[in-house]
Design a protein around this ligand. Structure first.
Ligand code: ADP
Length: 542
């Protein structure tokens, strides 16, 4: 027997309609890449999102077409998000920090039909535009007065693009399982893989993001998502703001602590979210200037482990509650979050801090287990470690165009590549990483790509790259090399060589010449042994 309630597809355009109807005058503030700032409200944002949808339609973008964005967090980016997804196209947020070859690969693989880009990225895209085979139109996210001279074919200023439309547009209804957004993960080696979110997955994810124990967003919140929109939907925050009536403050291209602090003070930010590197800079800035955090109530920290001292300083010195969150692009990204449950509320402050250093409890909608290498589910005893496996309605089923083939096990669990234990209260704690990647300031570095680049140098016999803790960037790469007999290469020469092959921020922070590199039984470099061997090592710039 079927239930007899209404069939109301879970579409992200509903967030916009909700915001416009119930919170029309709630403000959205944005810093702009072309300089200056801008502010308006939900009503005007929603109208411009509809104009954007109309303009896309007029230029031939249809249901299922991919619409690329290469942009920082701005009001225009939010409009495009809602406009493109709302009309049934797929918003493909692209990470501008990627190496040009990766950008070319991703844009062509996604078959983006149009590309919206911040004016600051025009020179970058001009250099690679000849290789972008599917883009028919470039829309530079500025008004006509800031439109640069450009060699990009079919380029138009955003304000002109949407300015020709009247905003009289009704959001179409379609199946809630329709693709809504696309985000590539550059986590492992080889080509980046696309995670294709649906309207339903993003809608359900937002409902949970808005739950009391989650991000802490309410209608009264003023929220600054420092986390970029090209990182797993900015952890769902723009949807959450529209869905709750929170005020949204967008920092554009600015991540400097003094600018973020000014925004915090001028707008009375109550909720914010970013990777630890951002907060490290902020805490240093506060310490140096003697300033405080104003009205800030909750900070969500994730993407990498939040250090104990960071959690403690935020809470004890500034009275800001820390939500330590774990997730991945493949999990939309919310997977687990460390808010207190009844079992730990009476613990001492020190004991509570121990719990907060863990990666948190699964949110409703994400099932999580740890498994051993044979696929057996391990006990939740806080000691036994295994691979973290997740499943749920906003967890990936397969990558875009089935890259990587079948990725779920026979019970539909997705292997996260993280290794962790889970305690009796459900708090998960990451103890290791099975995937061979290094996370620096919230962005991935593929150790295998770096190794391949290093061994292509003729003085190198074998190379291994491991990620080691770094006080500013969480992790940085250390390059270990075995030299070819009779040959030599200095660290500086090696980095000069690598510069031609990888992005600058991927370059190892140091190189150590070794006699041997340990291997596992299956012939892979044993990163675990190497990390053990170098556990007391510290980087020269640390
Ligand atoms: P995001 O864009 O949210 O950073 P990614 O897919 O790039 O997502 O990275 C996901 C990975 O980041 C996880 O599998 C895990 O290795 C790491 N990670 C995320 N959150 C944490 C955390 N709180 N502590 C430790 N590692 C984390």
């Amino acid at each position: 027997m079927l239930g007899q309630m209404q069939d109301w597809p879970l579409l992200v355009s509903k967030f916009l309609t909700h915001a416009e109807t119930n919170h029309p005058k709630r403000e959205i503030f944005s810093m702009l890449p072309e300089g200056g700032e801008f502010s308006y409200d939900n009503e005007r944002m929603a109208k411009r999102a509809r104009q954007c949808a109309q303009a896309l339609g007029r230029h031939g973008v249809a249901l299922g077409d991919r619409v690329g964005t290469l942009a920082w967090n701005t009001h225009r980016h939010v409009e495009i998000w809602f406009g493109a997804s709302g009309m049934g196209a797929v918003t493909h947020t692209i990470n501008p920090r990627l190496f040009p070859e990766q950008l070319i690969y991703i844009i062509n693989h996604a078959e983006d039909k149009v590309l919206f880009l911040d004016v600051t990225f025009v020179p970058l895209i001009e250099k690679i535009a000849d290789h972008l085979t599917t883009i028919e139109k470039y829309i530079v996210m500025v008004g006509k007065d800031h439109m640069p001279e450009t060699s990009l074919p079919n380029a138009v200023a955003y304000e002109e693009f949407i300015g020709a439309e009247d905003g009289e547009y009704t959001w179409p209804a379609f199946d809630e399982n329709t693709a809504c957004a696309l985000c590539y993960t550059s986590g492992t080696t080889g080509n980046p893989k696309g995670v294709l979110y649906s309207h339903r997955s993003n809608f359900l994810h937002t409902l949970v993001a808005l739950a009391g124990d989650t991000l802490g967003v309410t209608a009264k919140s003023v929220i600054l998502p420092v986390v970029p929109m090209f990182h797993a939907n900015a952890w769902g925050i723009p949807y959450a703001a529209a869905g709750s009536g929170a005020k949204l403050v967008l920092n554009g291209p600015h991540h400097e602590p003094d600018v973020l602090h000014r925004l915090m003070m001028e707008h009375g930010i109550t909720v914010t979210a970013a990777v630890p590197t951002v907060w490290l800079g902020m805490l240093k800035y506060l310490e140096a200037t003697g300033k405080d955090t104003g009205k800030m109530e909750i900070v969500t920290i994730g993407g990498s482990a939040a250090p104990r001292s960071m959690i403690q300083t935020f809470q004890d010195k500034y009275g800001v509650r820390v939500n330590h969150a774990w997730g991945m692009t493949e999990t939309s990204p919310l997977g687990s979050l460390g808010s207190e449950n009844a079992a730990i509320q009476d613990l001492s402050d020190e004991e509570k801090l121990d719990v907060q250093c863990k990666q948190g409890r699964s949110v409703l909608g994400v099932e999580m287990v740890i498994k051993d290498d044979e696929g057996k589910i391990l006990p939740r005893d806080g000691e036994t470690s295994g691979r973290v496996m997740v499943r749920g309605p906003w967890v990936i089923g397969s990558y875009f165009k089935h890259a990587g083939g079948e990725i779920l096990d026979e019970d539909n669990w997705f292997d996260t590549g993280d290794v962790a234990c889970i305690d009796e209260h459900g708090y998960m704690q990451i103890t290791d990483r099975a995937k061979d990647v290094i996370k620096s300031g919230g962005e991935w570095i593929s150790s295998i790509d770096l190794e391949n680049a290093a061994v292509s140098h003729d003085a190198i016999l074998e190379a291994a790259v491991i990620g080691l803790p770094h006080p500013k960037w969480d992790e940085r790469p250390l390059l270990l090399v075995i030299l070819e007999e009779g040959k030599s290469v200095t660290f500086e020469e090696m980095n000069a060589f690598l510069t031609t092959k990888v992005a600058k921020w991927w370059l190892p922070n140091d190189m150590v010449v070794v006699e041997d590199i340990p291997h596992t039984a299956t012939g892979k470099i044993s990163k675990k042994d190497l990390r053990d061997r170098f556990k007391d090592y510290s980087f020269p710039d640390a």
